[in-house]
Design a protein around this ligand. Structure first.
Ligand code: GLA
Length: 379
């Protein structure tokens, strides 16, 4: 079947600034040259009909009718976008479409890429003009309010706003962002993606629990220092100065102190990372990404034996500037910045060492090397 339009929504990687977007922290990220393709033709009758080359079954619904019920199916992402768009606009036209992902699911935010592609397609079909940041907000609302993941806007921002020749630096408190162009003195690098073989759904992981732990740490600090509390959903670590944390961390349950420690140290690493990137210091930028992963393991306590093992192996390999768990880091993948001339040896050594520890992933462990790319677009 011939479709009228084609959207490409890239996956994303985040070298520094993990698990802090939901606390309104600072993040960095890239869109990459692998992602989701959506081909579609608008129609006049308001019906959405979707097929997938990645998932089984078809999706059918009507954009003119409200639906609040999640079905636990890949179609929920399109329904979530309908929900978020209908809060703002009247939808009259549907689409017939076909969607396809290009890499295994897990850690690269395929969910946000899919959401962004539907936002752009439904908007096109209904003659709705959106700025890139509105696309980010609508996709993010669909994921938080409809899918039920209490995440921040890191994924959507990288996917919609990323640029081939720069690093996205985003303040999740003010929503200010800029693309920091690559310093001409910076050595070349490619992005290694190392899929553990474990896939996952974040809704069923400890992701939401960690978000509440961060907020509890924030409440603890406010309570210890006799400050008024805000409702839990309006409480963010970003609103509490590091000096308050330094005064109260001894008194609070250590689990919560570790979550806050991750937040404040990641804030510092992102600031240092941005300076390193600006000056072309890829070595330091990479080291900060490794440090970020250490903090994810010990302070944020995510990861799995598989991901930790990939991280430890890649850390020991020549040609790897730095890297960390990708995304939420409960399962899925690790990412690394790799000197292109070392790709071959990194692949070989990582595969050898990882599979000797986890032979059960022989068929599902995968390595890809990708490049930064521009954000979601019509092709
Ligand atoms: C997932 C979430 C993001 C972000 C990352 C961790 O990808 O969807 O909002 O919190 O984890 O940085």
């Amino acid at each position: 079947m011939e479709y009228q339009y084609h959207i490409f929504a890239p996956y994303r990687v985040c070298p520094i600034g993990a698990h802090v977007d939901h606390q309104h922290g600072l993040v960095t990220g890239f869109a990459i040259d692998k992602g989701v393709d959506l081909w579609f033709t608008p129609n006049e009758d308001g019906k959405v009909h979707l097929e997938s080359r990645t998932f089984e079954g078809t999706v059918d619904f009507d954009v003119t009718q409200a639906s609040q019920i999640k079905e636990g199916h890949w179609g929920d992402y399109a329904r979530g976008v309908k929900y978020a768009l209908r809060k703002r606009f009247t939808l009259r036209h549907g689409i017939n479409g076909l969607i396809q992902g290009s890499l295994p699911v897990g850690g690269l935010s395929s969910s946000a890429a899919v959401l962004i592609s539907y936002v752009m397609a439904f908007a096109k079909a209904n003659d709705i003009e959106l700025t890139p940041f509105e696309v980010v907000k609508i996709a993010s609302e669909a994921e938080r309010e409809y899918i039920g993941l209490n995440n921040g806007i890191l994924d959507q921002a990288c996917i919609a706003l990323g640029k081939k020749d720069g690093l996205l630096f985003l303040d999740c408190d003010t929503n200010e962002y800029r693309i920091i162009r690559r310093n001409p003195d910076m050595p070349d690098f490619s992005i290694g993606i190392f899929f553990s073989g474990l896939t996952r759904s974040l809704v069923n992981s400890d992701y939401n629990l960690r978000v509440y732990e961060c907020k509890t740490a924030a409440w603890d600090m406010l309570a210890y220092t006799d400050q008024p509390l805000k409702p839990f959903d309006k409480t963010f670590l970003r609103d509490i100065p590091k000096s308050t944390f330094d005064k109260t961390k001894i008194a609070m349950p250590q689990r919560f102190a570790r979550r806050a420690e991750h937040f404040y140290s990641e804030y510092r690493r992102v600031r240092q990372g941005v300076t390193a990137w600006e000056s072309g210091n890829l070595k330091l930028f990479g080291k900060l990404s490794f440090d970020s992963c250490e903090s994810s393991i010990h302070n944020y306590e995510c990861g799995s034996p598989e991901l930790i093992s990939i991280y430890e192996i890649m850390k020991s390999l020549p040609g790897v500037y730095g890297g960390r768990f990708s995304g939420a880091g409960f399962k899925g993948a690790c990412i690394a910045l790799v000197a292109p001339e070392y790709q071959e040896s990194v692949s070989q050594e990582l595969t050898r060492q990882y599979l000797s520890r986890f032979p059960e992933y022989e068929d599902t462990f995968k390595i890809y090397f990708v490049r930064p790319d521009d954000g979601a677009r019509f092709v």
